[in-house]
Write a protein that binds this ligand. Structure first.
Ligand code: NAD
Ligand code: UD1
Length: 314
């Protein structure tokens, strides 16, 4: 079995690559390292890594034709809502067009395929009042990022139906854990919080902290992705989340407890285009056999211990 993981040097992608290698799959990674790092991948010798841009059509087509992948996991993206608001047109080329062009090449070149998995986002649900969010809840994408994710989902599913391709979409809620790059102001909040707690830096809180998120630890995400693959659960959308709604203020308190000290917090205005409340109904994933192994407390504890260990060795 051969798999392509675009964005495979990134946070979620690198953990997925580790899992695929563990399962005996031959893995090829395409990542431009704009946010990723090759060192995120544990067993680099077992993986072919191309430092390339998924917008490079010639490169992508030659690779797809040469390798004839069984599984494609499309994770490469600009993962930040706020970043997509700063550069909507450029992020559209990556978050939408690159995926569509890949699918179109698979269709026209009639490439054999066992699965094309696209990683969408809880951001598609926006601020509509219905909670928790089910896969068939109404959507209301508020940012270029969310619009691109939703439009791409529709294409991915339509290609599946119209051209008989085994496609599936997942909507990640907020994922955290080791390997998430904290270095950009657009990085995931828990990677920034870890960096601030670790290095006694002040944390900037956008808004009053009452915004809620459904945080899922990376190992549970990988469990869900693998389950979808082995069950060949295609032609549908899955929420991937923990199913617990927590306010950012409470998440910060829990992390301060885990770390054993307080954070210095600067407060500023809320971000534009933000989702105010987010929590998933995960019953569809549970029906597939998913059991969450990690609570926020246990996930943060593991994350923090890893960060402390890494700091003690550097
Ligand atoms: P990440 O930034 O760590 O990973 C994305 C990877 O894609 C990075 O390694 C980056 O270098 C690479 N990349 C970006 N543009 C590229 C390009 N043009 N060509 C090739 N590679 C490129 O982010 P992540 O958290 O691992 O997110 C992975 C996927 O999951 C993304 O599609 C993201 O939108 C989606 N997602 C993430 C979350 C989350 O909470 N982390 C939630 C919902 C959806
Ligand atoms: C995150 C993911 C996005 C995913 C979405 C699904 C990242 C970078 N973003 O977006 O890919 O599609 O979940 O739900 O992984 N905040 C601060 N201070 C900071 C940074 C953030 O207060 O320094 C706040 C934000 O304003 C927001 C919350 O923390 O209210 C979470 O922010 P962020 O981690 O960027 O995630 P989302 O925008 O939810």
């Amino acid at each position: 079995m051969k798999a392509l993981v675009t964005g495979g040097a990134g946070f979620i992608g690198s953990h997925l690559v580790d899992q695929l290698v563990k399962q005996g799959v031959d893995v090829v990674v395409v990542d431009d390292l704009s946010m990723g790092n090759v060192d995120n991948i544990k067993n680099q010798d077992a993986v072919t890594i191309y430092i390339e841009d998924v917008r490079n059509e010639m490169f992508m087509q030659a690779l797809l034709q040469k390798e004839k992948f069984d599984y494609i996991y499309f994770l490469a993206a600009v993962a930040s809502v706020a970043d997509s608001i700063e550069r909507p047109s450029e992020t559209h080329e990556i978050n939408h067009n690159a995926v569509l062009k890949t699918l179109e090449y698979i269709r026209t070149a009639k490439l054999p395929l066992k699965q094309f998995l696209f990683t969408s986002s809880a951001a598609v649900y926006g601020n509509l009042p219905e909670l928790p969010k089910k896969e068939d809840s109404r959507v209301s994408p508020l940012s270029p990022y969310a619009i691109d994710k939703y439009a791409t989902e529709r294409y991915v599913l339509a290609y599946g139906e119209l051209y008989d391709l085994p496609t599936v979409c997942v909507r990640f809620f907020n994922v955290y854990g080791p390997g998430q790059n904290p270095s950009s102001p657009y990085s995931g909040v828990l990677s920034i919080l870890t960096d601030c707690l670790e290095n006694n830096k002040p944390f900037t809180l956008f808004g009053d902290g009452s915004q809620t998120r459904d945080f899922i630890y990376i190992e549970d995400v990988i469990q869900a992705l693998w389950l979808i693959t082995i069950k060949a659960a295609h032609h549908q959308v899955f929420n991937i989340a923990n199913g617990r709604e927590l306010a950012l203020n409470d998440i910060i308190k829990t992390y301060e407890m885990v770390a054993g000290h307080e954070l210095s917090i600067n407060r500023t205005e809320g971000r534009l285009g933000e989702v105010k409340r987010s929590v998933a109904d995960i019953s569809k994933l549970v029906k597939l056999g998913y059991v969450a192994d990690w609570s926020l407390e246990s996930g943060l504890t593991r994350y923090w211990e890893g960060a402390e260990y890494a700091a003690s060795r550097s």
